[in-house]
Design a protein around this ligand. Structure first.
Ligand code: BGC
Length: 698
């Protein structure tokens, strides 16, 4: 161990994450007075105008709602989305699932800041992001838009994005709630009991609202327990506003996202987007005349809407120079995220990093290798002015290497001969927007061979059969076959993974992704990403995946929690990822007290025992011993990323509150802390937890 004083790193530095978030700094009573004064001067027609979008199609990427010049009320100008501004060209960042794999909250705060700034530069003032629907099953078409299968991890990433973006614009975490099946999203009902709802599907929404004060929330298309989310008083009023104290507004998802007039407004919806199909003057007046809707309800919605407009000072409408869009700093940030997000899953005999003293000739195989593969082409589509492909990145990382490119998943005789002669074969395989993504029925019909969304859910998690066949064939021809995978969530690799020596999960890595792939393969960058989703051995190990039924019962256990329950090993577990160096954890300490009375501080030393710099992500899980109710075997309750030079040691510090140990008591509709023994596990994946201690909390 190093003799120098050890640095202590906070796993989650709340002050740093929320710095500059306008919703946190500018909460003040003078604002409420101003809002009341304006509200009292508004006509009914002006109020109606505030609660609906203005036109069905975006104008230069902007969806408008509300605004009254004579009263000084600015309009909202909403822009998608989760991996960059969908307005003109913009920096295409790695998708959220890739960013989830960084387990780096500070980095995600900076991504939020950059996306927020580009949205503003494109004329927007609300970013329709982040997508924080929990990944119940990796087959979800929009898996790539979200961060995680785990609610704690999702919450930490979400609040970081929101607080970063809210330095510049309002955010809209979406889709509230339980929108995680694509093909049936407009009609299906997610049926869920209260414990599962509060402990599994809502904690990250709660943190987004309470900790980072998201300015708005987008309601989901689907139903929860039989009621459409956009007219669900339990979700939009009881939980969001009464229980969590949300002071922002709720806008519906687009087109089929609003289903009624009075039930929606009475339930807690504030804005129908993208246009007033239901919330027309005529319908609103009729609902008021019949007594179903009162002006007080409309006032409550308008108050929430205009309060956010002035809280964020949209009336001052500062113009941002468009030169920030795809500026050097944002491009470098996209590269940094790509480098930190890729997950090295297999590295037999340390085949990676490739040593150019030994490896002289390589083949790069597969059409994906030289394709711009940024992910979904639904609402999260970002148009980038430039994309570096995997092939370009590999060539740049090894300029003197003899590289032969085979642009196909079928090998002809020439290709076969070539592969048999190379030292290393790199197959770039995976998915595109054609296999997964947002399901937009009209676009699907128009999109045959086109550029628009073709995605939807994945019924199976394996690679397309021609790619599996190719990997097997290449690995027969070349002993050192490495696979680089692209895609938005878990893939099943069992059919071929034993035939290859190296496997790197690259996700949809954004405009600079190719550079990161090259640098990782050749060792200029040490891989440090960790899986935010379990890669199962087979589908039957996961929850049942039904993308047809309109009624689905959501279970308490999914992802690593279900695998733990069944004692079923994952192919690659949640939280897993290899490095080119090795780390050791030690000196686990638990201290009572911290900032709050009910706080615990958990300290652990992380040492880089290898011979090169590297980053490690340490994960803290809690287990429940002799609980009187069913609990998960273990739940993630903290993670921290540390960067260590060879031989360096740092202490990582986690904070836990009593609430981290509580369960949702359905009888009382409140959280309850049991006086039992709790286990704390620390390690580097959900399946590798070498340090353990127990505590009691009263
Ligand atoms: C998506 C939302 C998106 C909206 C506007 C909807 O179809 O579900 O996530 O923000 O369109 O593009």
């Amino acid at each position: 161990m190093s003799r120098q004083a050890k640095t202590t790193v906070l796993a989650f530095d709340s002050d740093a994450i929320h710095a500059g978030n306008k919703a946190i700094e500018n909460d003040n009573p003078a604002l409420d007075e101003k809002v009341e004064a304006i509200l009292s001067s508004m006509t009914l027609a002006q109020k109606f105008n505030e609660i609906r979008g203005l036109q069905p199609e975006s104008i230069d990427g902007l969806y408008y709602s509300g605004g009254a010049e004579s009263l000084g009320i600015p309009a909202f100008k909403m822009v998608d989305g989760p991996r960059g501004a969908r307005a003109g060209t913009a920096t295409a960042f790695p998708v959220a699932m890739a960013r989830g794999a960084t387990f780096d909250v500070e980095l995600e705060r900076r991504v939020g800041q950059a996306i927020g700034l580009e949205v503003k530069a494109r004329g927007g003032n609300v970013v329709l992001a982040p997508t924080i629907n929990l990944l119940r099953h990796p087959g979800w078409g929009r898996a790539q838009e979200t961060y995680s299968e785990d609610p704690y991890h999702m919450g930490a990433m979400s609040v970081s994005f929101i607080s970063g973006a809210q330095n510049h614009v309002l955010t809209s975490p979406k889709h509230f709630a339980i929108n995680n099946i694509e093909n049936t999203r407009f009609e299906m009902s997610a049926n869920v009991d209260d414990r599962t709802l509060h402990e599994v599907y809502l904690p990250h929404f709660k943190r987004s609202v309470v900790e980072s004060r998201a300015a708005s929330v987008m309601s989901a298309y689907n139903k929860v327990n039989g009621t459409y989310c956009s007219e669900n008083p339990e979700l939009l009023t009881k939980i969001l506003r009464h229980d969590w104290g949300f002071r922002g507004f709720v806008e519906s998802d687009w087109f089929l996202g609003t289903r009624s007039v009075a039930p929606a407004l009475n339930g807690g919806l504030d804005i129908e987007m993208p246009s007033g199909y239901h919330f027309s003057d005529e319908n609103l007046s009729a609902a008021m005349a019949s007594g179903e809707l009162t002006e007080a309800t409309i006032d409550a919605a308008v108050r929430r809407i205009i309060r956010q407009k002035f809280l964020f000072r949209l009336d001052e409408d500062t113009v941002v120079d468009t030169s920030v869009v795809e500026c050097d700093a944002h491009i470098e940030l996209a590269a940094e995220v790509a480098r930190k997000s890729m997950v090295l899953l297999k590295n037999s005999d340390k085949v990676l990093p490739l040593d150019s003293a030994i490896v002289k000739k390589i083949a790069v195989i597969g059409s994906l290798a030289d394709m711009e593969n940024l992910g979904d082409r639904g609402s999260s589509y970002v148009t980038s002015s430039h994309v570096i492909t995997a092939l370009q990145g590999i060539k740049a990382a090894a300029p003197k290497m003899d590289i032969h490119y085979i642009d196909s998943y079928q090998l002809d005789d020439r290709a076969v001969k070539k592969i048999a002669q190379v030292d290393v074969a790199i197959v770039v395989a995976g998915l595109t927007y054609k296999e997964e993504g947002e399901f937009i029925p009209t676009q699907q019909q128009e999109a045959e061979d086109g550029q628009l969304a073709r995605g939807g859910d994945r019924l199976f998690l394996s690679l397309p059969p021609d790619q599996e066949e190719l990997i097997r064939e290449v690995s027969r021809l070349c002993q050192k076959t490495i696979v680089v995978l692209e895609g938005g969530s878990a893939l099943i690799v069992r059919n071929w993974v034993d035939d290859v020596v190296g496997l790197l999960m690259a996700w949809y890595p954004g405009r600079e992704g190719g550079t990161a792939i090259g640098e990782i393969l050749f060792g200029q960058v040490n891989p440090s990403g960790k899986l935010p989703v379990s890669f199962p051995q087979e589908m039957s190990h996961l929850v049942e995946w039904d993308i047809v039924s309109l009624d689905i019962n959501y279970e308490y256990h999914h992802g690593y929690r279900l695998l733990d329950l069944k004692q079923q090993a994952a192919e690659y577990p949640f939280g897993f990822g290899l490095s080119y160096t090795q780390f050791r954890l030690g000196k686990l300490k638990v201290e009572k007290g911290g900032d709050a009375k009910d706080q615990l501080t958990v300290l652990v030393d992380v040492e880089n025992v290898g011979d090169r710099q590297g980053d490690e992500v340490v994960q803290l899980y809690v287990g429940y011993n002799d609980s009187s109710v069913e609990r998960h075997v273990r739940e993630l309750k903290g993670f921290g990323r540390v960067s260590l030079a060879a031989g360096e040691v740092k202490t990582l510090s986690f904070s836990l509150n009593a609430s981290d140990f509580a369960y949702y008591d359905v009888d009382n509709g409140a959280w309850k802390l049991e006086d039992i023994e709790y286990s704390l596990f620390l390690g580097t994946s959900s399946a590798h937890l070498p340090l353990e201690t127990t505590i009691r909390i009263k």
